[in-house]
Design a protein around this ligand. Structure first.
Ligand code: CA
Length: 455
């Protein structure tokens, strides 16, 4: 990718970084901020409708990835891949698990060592805040998957204002908000609660290295927003847009509060913040935007899998823009390397630090892969090329010249099609079939395809 330019990335001389203050050279705090269904253009720094001053400032102070990818175009499988540091297809987590607290087969397989397990082993205090969606059965609880502290809800989404009242039927979206298995009262708008919890944890654990996974369910359905945020968009005519942008504004305020808490504790330059969305915007059913990308949540087109993605570490990562493709799989090895922990050979991502600090000028990845629905739809990216089977035909796009995937070049470059298809087939050989199907509203769940090994 000769045309890809790495802009102004270099490390400041170590002396100037570490000479002052109480900054720790090793074991920086790491905060991963994940949003839900936020489109590629649903941030101020690369879109025209959302107002996100704090995310914009995070991007300005750090590295913005123009080719930042997730491993799946929807919620739970992407999280499974991130959490395990491996393509989720390797271990059958290719669909959303139905929310069934009594079913021990539905969740991130216990064979996987999570990023939290590894950070904990490296001496970090590990914290998860927000949406889990990696299994509702107790064995999959975040406290059993490496997180010392968990504040949030176990399902794939939640009502933003209420939990089930006494006597009311408990379903996925009104389960209790909890802190380490103990229900906590729902005292404010859910995003505000997650913001407050994140700040509280930073203040509580400021004295030791911590790893925080801050997984907002916003701006995922249900589209509900507190008047405080809607007010900022009163000038817009469309009430749906007011609510959607308000939900993003609440997250953005939280990012501001998190950074303010770090600053107040003198931790700004000792903390790496990674921000990304878990998949693209669901533009078919809401007012999100993936401009200029084609497709939406659920698609293997760019609109499903290329997301807003930023890494910020003042003093250690020179602000700029990075154009080479990177993946949500890279977060695990990057974090564990910084923590001085052990990097398992099973991990499939790349430690990005040498690339972002200009020590390695190559592309971090030769190939990136996607597979949805057990292989019915798939894609592979190699350099500027992307081969995608989203519809009945296999299409080839040159993403450097055609970011919107408008022109199918498969007929003109049969050799490229063949080579990328071979690469995909080779990768796919190491995958297994999905262990379960995604829930279908109104239909009973089919039994799992294959039970997970007893553990
Ligand atoms: Ca999602």
């Amino acid at each position: 990718m000769r045309h890809v330019i790495l802009i102004i990335l270099f490390v400041l001389p170590q002396l100037s970084v570490f000479a002052s203050g109480n900054m720790r050279k090793d074991k920086p705090n790491i905060i991963v901020i994940l949003t839900d269904d936020q489109g590629y253009a649903d941030v101020g720094f690369q879109g025209d409708q959302a107002k996100t001053p704090h995310l914009d400032s995070l991007a300005k102070d750090g590295i913005r990835f123009t080719n930042g990818y997730v491993t799946h175009p929807f919620c739970s499988p992407m999280r499974a891949g991130f959490m395990a540091g491996r393509y989720q297809h390797r271990f059958g987590h290719e669909n959303n698990p139905t929310h069934l607290p009594n079913d021990s087969t539905l969740g991130l397989p216990m064979s996987e060592v999570t990023i939290a397990d590894s950070m904990k082993a490296a001496g970090y205090h590990t914290i998860a805040v927000g949406k889990w969606h990696l299994g509702a059965h107790p064995k999959y609880h975040p406290n059993n998957r490496g997180f010392d502290d968990y504040f949030g809800f176990l399902g794939g989404g939640h009502d933003y204002f209420k939990v089930a009242k006494k006597g009311q039927k408990v379903v996925e979206y009104n389960i209790p908000i909890e802190h380490n298995n103990k229900p906590v009262p729902m005292e404010s708008y859910l995003t505000d609660m997650l913001n407050a919890a994140a700040v509280k944890f930073i203040n509580q654990y400021k004295g030791q290295p911590f790893f925080m996974y801050l997984a907002y369910n916003a701006p995922h359905t249900p589209y509900q927003c507190s008047p405080k945020y809607i007010k900022r968009f009163e000038h817009l005519k469309d009430p749906k847009l007011q609510i959607y942008l308000g939900m993003i504004a609440a997250v953005d305020d939280g990012v501001g509060q998190v950074r303010a808490a770090l600053k107040a504790n003198g931790l700004t330059e000792n903390t790496l913040i990674i921000y990304l969305s878990d998949n693209g915007g669901q533009t078919k059913f809401n007012v999100s935007k993936n401009t200029p990308l084609r497709g939406r949540k659920g698609n293997v087109y760019e609109g499903g899998v290329r997301v807003p993605f930023v890494m910020t570490w003042p003093g250690m990562l020179e602000p700029g823009v990075y154009h080479q493709p990177v993946s949500s799989l890279d977060i695990y090895p990057t974090a564990v390397s910084l923590a001085g922990g052990e990097i398992s050979r099973r991990l499939e991502g790349v430690d990005l630090m040498p690339y972002l600090q200009g020590k390695n000028k190559n592309a971090p990845h030769d190939y990136l892969y996607w597979r949805v629905g057990g292989g019915g739809r798939w894609a592979v990216r190699h350099g500027k090329w992307k081969l995608a089977k989203e519809t009945q035909k296999i299409e080839l796009f040159n993403l450097e010249e055609d970011i919107s995937e408008k022109v199918d070049l498969a007929g003109q470059h049969p050799d490229v099609v063949r080579s990328l298809k071979e690469a995909y087939d080779l990768w796919n050989k190491k995958n297994i079939q999905p262990l379960w199907e995604s829930p279908k509203p109104g239909k009973p769940r089919k039994p799992p395809v294959k039970s997970e090994k007893k553990s």
